[in-house]
Ligand binder design. Structure first.
Ligand code: ADP
Ligand code: MG
Length: 172
C-alpha cells in the first residue's frame, strides 16, 4: 500500500473552498495537452463538477456553460481547448458508457473528464489522471491525484509543484 506512489502524501491537495477546487482544476488545465483524460472519483457533493468548472475555465470555456450533466451524459464545451464532460452516475454499466461513443471522444483534440470514473474504470484507457475527492467537512475537500502511467505521473508531479507555488504565493 505505502509503496503506491499515488497514495503518497505529496499527491494530496487540500481545498478549503469551492473556488479553490475550481482553481485546482484551472491550474491542471494548463498542464494538459489534448488529447487528455481525467477521471474524477468521489461521492455526491465532493466537488467533481466544481473541479470541471475550473478545468473548463483553464481551457478557455465560458464558465456558465458547465453544469452537472444529469440527464445528458456528455457535454461538449467549445473553448481554446474543447472539453468533453461525462457524468456516468446514471449509467447501468460500462457497456452503456461505450455505447455513448467514448472511444471517439478520447481521440479528439480535447480534454475528456469523466465524473464517477471508478464506475467505468474497466473500459477507460489505462493512461489517465484519476483524481479522488473526499469530503472532510462542509467547506473542505481532500483532492488526491492518482496518476496512471508515466506521462500522467509527470503531470501530477508538476501539478503539485505549481500548487505549492500558488498556495505559497497566496498566503500573505
Ligand atoms: N472545498 C470545496 N470544493 C468543492 N465544493 C465545495 C467545497 N466546499 C463546499 N463545497 C460545496 O460542495 C458542493 C460540490 O458540488 P459538486 O461540485 O456538484 O459535487 P459533485 O459533482 O461531486 O457531486 C457544492 O455545493 C459546493 O458549494
Ligand atoms: Mg457532479
Amino acid at each position: 500500500m505505502s509503496d503506491n506512489p499515488a497514495t503518497k502524501a505529496d499527491y494530496i491537495i487540500v481545498s478549503n473552498s469551492e473556488e479553490t477546487t475550481r482553481k485546482i482544476g484551472e491550474l491542471l488545465a494548463g498542464l494538459l495537452s489534448p488529447p487528455s483524460l481525467v477521471g474524477l472519483i468521489g461521492p455526491l457533493g465532493s466537488g467533481k463538477t466544481r473541479f470541471v468548472q475550473g478545468l473548463a475555465r483553464g481551457c478557455g470555456v465560458a464558465e456558465a456553460a458547465v453544469i452537472s450533466p444529469t440527464f445528458v451524459l456528455i457535454h461538449e464545451y467549445p473553448g481554446k481547448i474543447p472539453v468533453f464532460h461525462f457524468d456516468v452516475y446514471r449509467l447501468k454499466d460500462s457497456e452503456e458508457f461505450l455505447e455513448l461513443g467514448v472511444d471517439e471522444y478520447l481521440q479528439k483534440q480535447g480534454i475528456c473528464v469523466v465524473e464517477w470514473a471508478d464506475r467505468v474504470a474497466d473500459v477507460l484507457p489505462p493512461d489517465r489522471l484519476d483524481i479522488e475527492l473526499s469530503i472532510v467537512d462542509s467547506s473542505t475537500r481532500r483532492v488526491i491525484l492518482r496518476p496512471l502511467g508515466e506521462h500522467y505521473r509527470q503531470v501530477a508531479g508538476k501539478m503539485i509543484s505549481i500548487w505549492h507555488h500558488h498556495s505559497g504565493a497566496n498566503k500573505c
